[in-house]
Design a protein around this ligand. Sequence first.
Ligand SMILES: C[S@@+](CC[C@H](N)C(=O)[O-])C[C@H]1O[C@@H](n2cnc3c(N)ncnc32)[C@H](O)[C@@H]1O
Length: 387
Amino acid sequence: MTPAARIQAAAELLDTVLAGARAEPALTTWARQARYAGSGDRRAVRDLVYDALRRRRSYAALGGAETGRGLMLGRLRARGEDPDAVFTGDRHAPAPLDPAERAAGRAPQGAEALDLPDWLWDAFRQSLGDGAEAAALALRERAPVHLRANLLRADRDAAARALAREGVETRPVATARTALEVTAGAQKVAQGRAFADGLVELQDAASQAVVEALPLSPGDRVLDLCAGGGGKTLAIAARLGGEVFAHDAHRRRLADLPARARRAGAQVRILDTPEAEAPFDLVLCDVPCSGSGAWRRDPDARWRLTPKDLEDLAGTQDAILDRAAALVTPGGTLAYATCSVLTCENEDRIAAFLGRHPVWRARRAHRWAPGNGGDGFFLTVLTHEIR
Ligand SMILES: C[S@@+](CC[C@H](N)C(=O)[O-])C[C@H]1O[C@@H](n2cnc3c(N)ncnc32)[C@H](O)[C@@H]1O
């Protein structure tokens, strides 16, 4: 495909997303149907669509319309590229610009320029203060590819050497002792030996840092209550070197975990009813959240989120914390984590929990801002006071 044909394909896909389709399934369906598209074309179209969704508001302002065509036009203008070189009307290229399109478009203002809905920009400012703008700008960028060296198989240097032998270049990320950023050859990771042999896992560096910050001792009974795909479960197992318990309200989300654990050499026991195995020394609640710290990876999420969603999430987050508290041994530890930067999902949930449960104390809070060091994350470690 020519560069212009890729832009036309992205504009059409964006129209379906703007009409309500989810980006990832829409891209998968397109890739299946577009037999003429090679792997490089598919990657390029995906990058265009994702970039346009991350910057939807500013591109719409610059392009003069919130349509696939308008976003692609806004993108060219944002990059200082000549739209007439793309909008040529040649085979598979976008149709030439009409006079109205040429006249439309303006510089984005305020929250538009930061690519957040107005109400979310207010919430970012209230939550992050001086750091709000940097966080919003970071979320307009593509996320780096991070790996976790699995200490059950290799240390970070050995993992990096094994990756380099198969053409994957990496550098250490300071956020976590196990974290590597892929600087070249990212597409080779999942097919490579280092990955197949469990030396590395794909995992954001801040997600690794959350596990690094947990107070764990050898022999602890640890439950990952919202284990999902098991990224943190496996990182905990690597730190503990022993068995870890995993649960998720949606059993199917755990489907890949046994195979991932085998590859990693980790001992993971999935529990349908954690109450039957309680108490635990530490329960991690990596709760469902807006994902606002990780919107680079799910770029249309910021446009779908509503204030009502945040209210509903707060109810779920509170209920999970209450359940988890009852699973911890007297004197034990509760860890609450989100990949959100919003106070209403973080500090407010901890304050509400402490109000309901006076025997708990918040010991440490950590915040990771989204950026090159990883996604935005929040962690509070609470301990149960024995009276
Ligand atoms: C942020 S994700 C977990 C990500 C995972 N810990 C990781 O590092 O890969 C939140 C998970 O919580 C699960 N969940 C939602 N409601 C829950 C509940 N009431 N109890 C336990 N898990 C729940 C979701 O199915 C989802 O997999």
